[in-house]
Design a protein around this ligand. Sequence first.
Ligand SMILES: *Cc1c(COP(=O)(O)O)cnc(C)c1O
Length: 355
Amino acid sequence: MKQVHNFNAGPCILPRVAIENTAQALLDLNGSGLSLIEISHRSKDFEAINNECIALWKELLGIPEGYHVLFLGGGASLQFCMLAYNLLSTKAAYVESGVWAKKAAKEAKLFGEVKVIASSSDKNFSYYPAIGDIPQDVDYLHITTNNTIYGTELRRDIDSPVPLVADMSSDIMSRPVDVSKYAMIYGGAQKNVGPAGVAFVIVKEALLGKVQRQIPTMLDYRTHIAEKSLFNTPPVFAIYAMRETLRWIKAQGGLQAMAELNQKKADLLYSYLDNESKMFVGTADKASRSLMNICFVMTEQHKGKEEEFMNVAKAAGMVGIKGHRSVGGFRASTYNALPLSSVQALVDCMRKFEQ
Ligand SMILES: *Cc1c(COP(=O)(O)O)cnc(C)c1O
């Protein structure tokens, strides 16, 4: 296979072994003579896969009693609406830290009043806004822990006097998290924990059943809690690949090991940008820098060379380093499965270009 360095922002790099095992199950699941996608989601085989996947989520994140882990279709984007449907009675607070956060707030407005209590839109979301006083009269506070497009990340578990809801699409399982500080954590799987097609939801049961409105069956978390995410046909392929990805994370030493590896990768690239490079410069505020998405551009003096560098990087096997159109320049996504050697290869490529 062609040797590449996969910096895609999502869908993105997954552990090779997870892809190989999933490919095998697609051909022949457990020697059954059947493909993973040819069996009933109510079969013993799939039930075991689903249960192990839930158990791995609980083990890796140390999820306390009283929470449920759900695997749902519709991506993180459906959760923007679904969480408000289930949790918003009158008012909710949102931190506007990027485009995904804005999209989440937009959906919530369909169900009640949205108070934006912090925003970094004044500087094109290049920093994580300070979360000051959290109002007590809201049903929940919504945050986006990692801003995939802008490369900023909160990287700590804040204390909140109201239920805390977090979109962790792009930094889930990248570090240990104190789940007990959150009422709900959700995201699309396709950045750190699996392929596209499944969203994960970790929700505290005590939080549900408080809104007065009627909730359509499929959009009610209690439906999926009661049926262990098997109310209707779940995304079986994506759940299988997610289980394989979580097995890999566990085999690497769990979230502490992931955090250490991610720190090393980020340190390597950020320190090159800060201490050595004359042509490239990071775009995110230093205190807000993401360990998952590292955004950089060429300095004013060298702006004209961005395309040239892109071509050189491509020839050296770099994939997916073009920045999002709202930031420009470059973005290297350094999710769990990306090896340190890929970041080293990128830095070597940048250094050589500068020389
Ligand atoms: C990618 C992403 C989303 C969107 O996920 P979908 O599953 O495509 O709906 C939402 N929030 C964040 C932070 C993301 O990175």
